[in-house]
Design a protein around this ligand. Structure first.
Ligand code: FRU
Length: 469
């Protein structure tokens, strides 16, 4: 281990040992950083029966700093055991951050592909878009999920198409008909967001084979692209920067969503309209993987980059952000849907059932399921400040107070229009809420900071089930 790696390791452990483990806003079910900052999920996989989740981690700065990969493992995707930092920014090709990437499993080996970020010295003539940075594609392997090989640099900016800016990142790898493919996000010199597809015969030597974009430019940068097929539907997911005006005007600063792809992603294809994965405040950079039993699981960062409108009161406790609860992505009646992983069922303890109206206090972590909603009549108030409501064909999530010290920490309202409301599943944790509407056709995710746990549901004629977790 180099002197730099050694010091980074010691400093990380020091920071982790100093954290207040009993912070009032720490989550029970959701993966959080031990201390400091977390963003994207990385390297998600099930390897030799164990789930692995790596995360973008800045232990020294809860507002974000140099990124490394923290590592958790789990047997059920709910109880996560922290394994320490697996990848430090300790090489010339990743010295400004071990950026996002993914895991590919084959023949008992875990292949982790990531972006080595390099920001060159501060100079006035660098814009850090076309000059002053590097985005290197790097590989690390492991046979046991505990010990990792040396890092191997596979590609650098000169290996990517010449009309791109230096913003190329977030590799995700899959295998199709005996060939390996890698997707990466990119920004062209004319500010168009794209996904690049590379191919390889040996997982080491890669060449560009196609570039995916929409007919009309769609944002200036696509981050964390993902490509998979679920229940016969091909999905291209991308976290898009630069969507403004019209339908994007009262939404988040950046978007995470997907296109349905018809045809061949490496050849001729059409893309559907872009659909949001989530309509709430805190959702970005989702990544998916397939479990041994064939489920497509997606986990996102429950946070939002470059967001000035609202904040997180966990900063008072020295940490910020968590992952979303793992979701199964599936297609039913032609609609792409999401639901919490079924492992959650084993954790539920029934509190009560009611018809039309229910109130409860004192359970911060619960699932409320409201079904058989009649004539769209639905309203729920959580923690006295967060109202979920359906009115005139619009489902909304609204906080009553927008001050940064309140339950919302600055959040206001998010909504989606839908012709009917049939059912709502609310999953809360100590400081987060995820709402699955109409069997997960729409999802709303947010952080929140209630003083006391409480829930009140009004839905005349509907069945309401409440379970503590
Ligand atoms: C998305 C992202 C990625 C990048 C990583 C850096 O949130 O910007 O594109 O690899 O975060 O932390």
């Amino acid at each position: 281990m180099s002197a730099l790696t050694n010091d980074l390791k010691k400093l990380t452990e020091l920071a982790e040992n100093n954290v207040k483990a009993d912070g009032a806003f720490r989550e029970k079910l959701h993966l959080m950083p031990p201390v400091g900052w977390l963003n994207d999920p990385n390297g998600l996989c099930q390897f030799n029966g164990v789930y692995h989740a790596f995360f973008q981690y800045s232990p020294f700065n809860a507002q974000g700093g140099v990124k490394m990969w923290g590592h958790y493992t789990s047997d059920n995707m709910i109880d996560w055991e922290y394994q320490g930092v697996m990848l430090y920014p300790d090489q010339p090709f990743d010295c400004s951050g071990v950026y996002s990437g993914s895991a590919f499993i084959e023949d008992g080996e875990m292949y982790l592909y990531y972006t080595g970020n390099v920001k060159l010295e501060d100079r006035d003539d660098y814009d850090y878009i076309n000059t002053g940075r590097e985005a290197n594609t790097v590989l690390v392997t492991s046979r046991d999920g505990k010990h990792f090989s040396r890092k191997k640099e596979l590609m650098r900016n000169t290996d990517y198409p010449a009309d791109l800016t230096l913003h190329v990142r977030d590799p995700k790898v899959w295998k199709q008909d005996g060939t390996y493919y890698m997707i990466q996000g990119a920004r062209t010199k004319s500010d168009v967001g794209q996904a690049l597809i590379f191919r390889s015969e040996d997982r080491l030597n890669w060449e560009i084979c196609s570039r995916v974009e929409t007919e009309e430019p769609f944002g200036y940068m696509w981050e964390c692209p993902d490509y998979f097929e679920v229940d016969g539907v091909k999905i291209l997911s991308a976290s898009v920067q630069g969507l403004t005006g019209e339908e994007w005007a009262d939404r988040n600063v950046y978007q995470s969503g997907y296109f349905r792809l018809n045809g061949d992603i490496t050849g001729e294809y059409d893309l559907s309209d872009y659909c949001l994965w989530d309509y709430g405040f805190d959702y970005y950079a989702p990544q998916s993987f397939e479990t041994g039993d064939g489920r497509r699981i997606q986990i996102a960062w429950m946070g939002m980059p470059d967001c000035e409108e609202y904040t997180n009161r966990t900063l008072e406790e020295g940490w910020q952000h968590c992952f979303t609860f793992p979701r199964e992505v599936y297609v039913e009646n032609g609609v792409v849907r999401q639901r919490p992983v079924r492992e959650l069922d084993a954790k539920k303890q029934k509190i009560k059932d009611a018809s039309g109206h229910l109130e409860d206090e004192g359970h911060p972590v619960y699932e409320a399921y409201i079904s058989g909603i009649a004539d769209g009549q639905f309203r729920a108030v959580l923690g006295e400040e967060l109202t979920l409501e359906y009115k005139d064909g619009r489902f909304s999530m609204r906080f009553s107070d927008q001050s940064k010290e309140s339950v919302s920490a600055g959040r206001n309202v998010r909504y989606a229009d839908m012709p009917e409301l049939e059912n709502v599943r609310i999953l809360t944790d100590v400081s987060s809420v995820e709402v699955f509407v109409n069997d997960g056709e729409y999802v709303f995710t947010t952080r929140y900071y209630p003083a006391e746990a409480s829930v009140r549901v009004d839905a005349p004629g509907a069945e309401i089930e409440l379970a503590a977790i």
